[in-house]
Design a protein around this ligand. Structure first.
Ligand code: KG4
Ligand code: ZN
Length: 335
């Protein structure tokens, strides 16, 4: 079964063709990073307009690369939530038009569900149930993947997402957007113990995260040093920040796996590209005889191939969207 998938939830215009949920026939991602960099973050209005400009050629290129036309497809899948509403609407409307014009079934896909599915494309042997840590620019979740379309959130951030902390601290130190990838690279040459940053926890909830205290502490460190005319060694700041974030994520994730008896673990989302998170979890899982699945680096960030994979599983579970499908800025992954 061949699905054309479309993803426009934030600042990447992406289209892909995926076979039977596991095979990527093509995957095209047009990034808008250069358009937003000068503002230090995504400008929603600009993001929507760029999607409008790019969507047709991105879809055409995805079909061409797969050597297919609309007539060869079995369905169209599109990210409809959560994300920037103006951005989502571009993909949703394009998908509706294409589904209508070509008489194809339409499947609505939740963005975070698709991040999990990046693992199905990377690891053909991975099947639910497993426990997944989803860490992106806007979300930090610990999710029981009971089945492909049956999910249960057992932990999430009470305030900022992990990616947001990377990006905001990076911005305060003058690093380009998106900061996570730069912090990760610079951290390689720093001392992770140089600054003692807090590892906040949430009273009474075992697997929830709270990152705002950590973010504020790191930003204050930068501002205080600046006011005193001192210069913090950027390598040490990045290494200490990365270490603190990864500590918070892995301690809760591993505790959740242990308490709930999961031997199969997966990570996903933009922050799952973080090299320290990947190395640290890999060694902890080896020590504890847990099997760890991680998406290949090219599938950690936003892309449409993961939408095509999750779209396939939504389709075979009988989910169909009608032509009055709307986009939604927020939506639980359990819905
Ligand atoms: O999943 P994603 O591409 O978009 C959202 O759905 O939000 O995640 C983007 C986030 C950004 O915060 C970015 O800084 C972060 O992923 N990120 C990283 C790395 N690569 C991307 N964070 C830490 N280390 C990285 N190597
Ligand atoms: Zn994402």
């Amino acid at each position: 079964m061949k699905i054309l998938a479309i993803e426009t939830s934030c600042d990447e215009t992406a289209a892909a063709v995926v076979a039977d949920g596991r095979g990527v026939l093509s995957s095209i991602v047009a990034s808008q990073v250069k358009d937003h960099e000068v503002y230090g973050g995504v400008v929603p209005e600009i993001a929507s307009r760029k999607h409008v400009e790019m969507i047709v050629q991105v879809v055409q290129t995805a079909l061409k690369k797969a050597d297919l036309s609309f007539g060869d497809l079995d369905a169209i899948a599109v990210t409809h939530a959560p994300g920037l509403i103006g951005s989502l609407l571009v993909g949703v409307n394009f998908a509706k038009g294409a589904a209508f014009a070509n008489d194809l079934p339409l499947v609505a896909v939740h963005h975070l569900r698709s991040h999990i599915a990046a693992n199905y494309l990377t690891h053909k042997d991975l099947t639910p149930p497993f426990l997944c840590l989803i860490v992106s620019g806007g979300h930090s979740h610990i999710v029981e993947v009971l089945d492909y379309t049956k999910l249960k959130v057992i932990g999430k951030t009470k305030d900022d997402a992990a990616g947001e902390v990377f990006d905001k601290v990076a911005r305060a130190r003058g690093l380009p957007y998106p900061g996570g990838v730069h912090v990760d690279k610079i951290a390689e040459n720093g001392d992770p113990q140089a600054f003692l940053l807090p590892r906040p926890s949430v009273k009474g909830s075992l697997y929830d995260f709270s990152f705002s205290g950590l973010k504020t502490a790191a930003v204050n460190l930068i501002h205080n040093a600046h006011q005193k005319g001192e210069m913090i060694k950027i390598e040490d700041l990045c290494a200490s920040l990365r270490h603190a974030i990864v500590d918070c994520l892995t301690s809760k994730f591993l505790a959740a796996a242990k308490d709930n008896n999961y031997k199969k673990l997966a990570i996903s989302g933009g922050v799952s590209a973080n090299s320290h998170l990947r190395e640290h979890l890999k060694s902890e899982c080896e020590k504890n005889s847990l099997k760890l699945y991680m998406p290949q680096l090219s599938l950690c960030g936003d892309n449409a191939a993961m939408v095509g994979s999750q779209g396939y599983y939504e389709y075979i579970a009988g989910k169909r969207a009608s032509l009055d499908l709307n986009a939604s800025a927020t939506m639980s992954i359990e819905e």
